[in-house]
Design a protein around this ligand. Structure first.
Ligand code: T5A
Length: 213
């Protein structure tokens, strides 16, 4: 049986990843695709515990390296327990954020040296996705959407990264663009400024054709 394909979804805060993934999964279900939807941080019981620590908005200040190592601890567990076994069984894995988030947030925005992140990733045998879809939105619009969503969902407090200033998120977005320039074959960008359905149609077409071929 051929291994499953590994597709990751990335973007800045409020770009619409989670909402688009929700719609995409319903579309794939209707077409009988066999896939697993997961996320980072999280995706395993241990990962969900790490997630609470990582995203706590008022947690103690932390060294960027400590934060990096926690994201990697989550990823190693996730790869071992969920992602690799599913791919080996021929199941496609769709993951809401993954290692490119580490490279963009901890690397480009927090300033951890990219070579160090790459060395650790290589030592830990962090798998490279087959396809990465990046949702693009203007930083201020993304933050507005994320804050509106938090109010709607009764989360009055902003998340740890939503509290960062727009300059930080601008660096994250630039980081994703720089990563795509390094590996143009793996990345696809979806503009989410305009009509939701138009963007959703583009996501469906990218992912469906990739999974079928
Ligand atoms: N992180 C993560 C790292 O720093 N390093 C890492 O290695 C990893 C893996 C995760 C945080 O951790 C950081 C990055 C993140 O800050 P999270 O809560 O899991 O935190 O973050 P996300 O799920 O990524 O949530 P986001 O806040 O980024 O939002 P999404 O998923 O991009 O956006 P979504 O779908 O929730 O939409 C936001 C709102 O906008 C509305 C939607 O209805 C929703 O209410 N909306 C639109 N959405 C899409 N398109 C449109 N046209 C819309 N108009 C309104």
């Amino acid at each position: 049986m051929p291994p499953g394909k590994f597709v990751t979804f990335e973007g800045i805060e409020g770009a619409g990843k989670t909402t688009h993934l929700d719609h995409l999964c319903r579309y794939l279900d209707e077409r009988g695709f066999h896939y697993l939807l997961t996320r980072e941080p999280g995706g395993t019981a241990f990962g969900e515990e790490i997630r609470v620590v990582l995203l706590h908005p008022s947690g103690a200040p932390r060294h960027p390296m400590g934060e990096l190592l926690l994201y990697l601890a989550d990823r190693v567990q996730h790869l071992d327990q969920v992602i690799r076994p599913a791919l080996a069984q021929g199941i496609h894995v769709l993951c809401d954020r993954y290692h490119d988030a580490t490279r963009a947030y901890q690397g480009f925005a927090r300033g951890v040296a990219p070579e160090l992140i790459d060395r650790l990733a290589s030592l830990l045998e962090i798998l490279t996705p087959d396809l990465t879809v990046v949702f693009e939105v203007d930083v201020m619009l993304g933050l507005q959407r994320a804050r509106k969503r938090n109010r709607r969902d009764g989360q009055e407090m902003q998340g740890r990264f939503e509290k960062e200033d727009p300059e930080f998120h601008g660096k994250v977005l630039e980081g994703y663009r720089a990563l795509a320039r390094q590996e143009p074959g793996r990345f696809r960008f979806v503009d989410t400024h305009g009509d939701f359905q138009e963007a959703q149609n583009r996501v469906r077409s990218i992912v469906e054709s990739f999974l079928r071929n």
